[in-house]
Design a protein around this ligand. Structure first.
Ligand SMILES: O=P(O)(O)OC[C@H]1O[C@H](OP(=O)(O)OP(=O)(O)O)[C@H](O)[C@@H]1O
Ligand SMILES: Nc1ncnc2[nH]cnc12
Length: 268
């Protein structure tokens, strides 16, 4: 396996259409995304794609003299601060919207343009890493999503921006009764209630590769319902991407082993 420095270097120098070159930190985010941004390894079922495991050891690798290569060390420090700035922006509201729920508010991530930018870049890099893990380093493009599906409403805050960055379509999943024309529908339970999701027929074409994105996976009910709608439309559900996971609620268990990546996690 390449060292983090090698991976970061390759990524930093890789040319991507219409994209500025990756900075050291961006490359390092991708090179060791699991270590810093994704705590997915601990909780990932064995049959899910773990973007952490393959890179965590690289991030921790040392050179022959027993020291971390400077790029990796610098990258790790920057990554720690990246994660801390994203995580530190989250706010908690006990007993909202009902007693017993510790509500984690992701809206502050969008208040500061620097944090907003960092978030979008980290998500984009996480998708690229996801592609490399699913299809192999040289074939990451094979796992590039044709469609980003974002969930009503917080998945709309970053789904379209991410889709644009990836040159993918954006398609919404909405709560029942919000969209015109024929729709497919799925009922689901979430951490604090029951709801119905819909997608417009034809919004995803049969065989298109679809990545479902949302802010938070709690019990997984919302994400699983979205996945079932994608499949009803004939889409190829290649994965899920979340900003934040609440692992003790075991949402991943509802996702049928579909590859799932998260940037951050919290157990409170
Ligand atoms: O994993 P789960 O238990 O299903 O919970 C996660 C879902 O709950 C929240 O959405 P909510 O339904 O509150 O809608 P909103 O985005 O419109 O606030 C959140 O944005 C996720 O979509
Ligand atoms: N605890 C929580 N905080 C914010 N959004 C949520 N959606 C489901 N559970 C949530």
């Amino acid at each position: 396996m390449s060292s983090t420095a090698d991976v970061a270097q390759n990524l930093a120098s890789s040319s991507r259409r219409d994209q500025p070159p990756l900075t050291t930190i961006e490359a390092a985010v991708l090179a060791s995304s699991g270590t810093i941004l994704g705590a997915t390894a601990t909780h990932a079922p064995t049959n899910t794609t773990d973007t952490t495991a393959a890179t965590a050891s690289a991030a921790a690798s040392h050179d022959a003299s027993g020291r971390q290569p400077p790029t990796a060390a610098a990258g790790a420090a920057e990554l720690t601060s990246t994660k801390m700035s994203l995580y530190g922006a989250l706010k908690r509201f006990p007993d909202f919207p009902i007693p017993g729920i510790n509500f984690i508010d992701i809206l502050p991530l969008f208040q500061d343009p620097n944090i907003h930018r960092t978030l979008l870049r980290a998500l984009e890099l996480q998708v690229l890493q996801f592609g490399a893990d699913v299809a192999g380093a040289g074939n990451a493009a094979l796992a590039k999503p044709d469609v980003i599906v974002g969930l009503d409403a917080r998945g709309f805050l970053f789904g379209p921006s991410l889709a644009l960055q990836l040159n993918s379509s954006f398609v919404p999943v909405r709560k029942r009764g919000k969209m015109p024309g024929p729709c497919v529908e799925a009922a689901y339970e979430k951490e604090y209630g029951t709801d119905y999701f819909q997608m417009q027929e034809g919004a995803v074409k049969p065989g298109q590769k679809v990545l479902v994105v949302d802010d938070i996976i709690a019990t997984g009910g919302s994400a699983a319902a979205a996945g079932s709608l994608v499949k009803q439309l004939g889409g190829d559900l290649i994965g899920y991407l979340f900003i934040l996971e609440i692992p003790f609620l075991k949402g991943r268990d509802k996702l049928d082993g579909v590859p799932t990546v998260t940037l951050l996690e919290t157990d409170d």
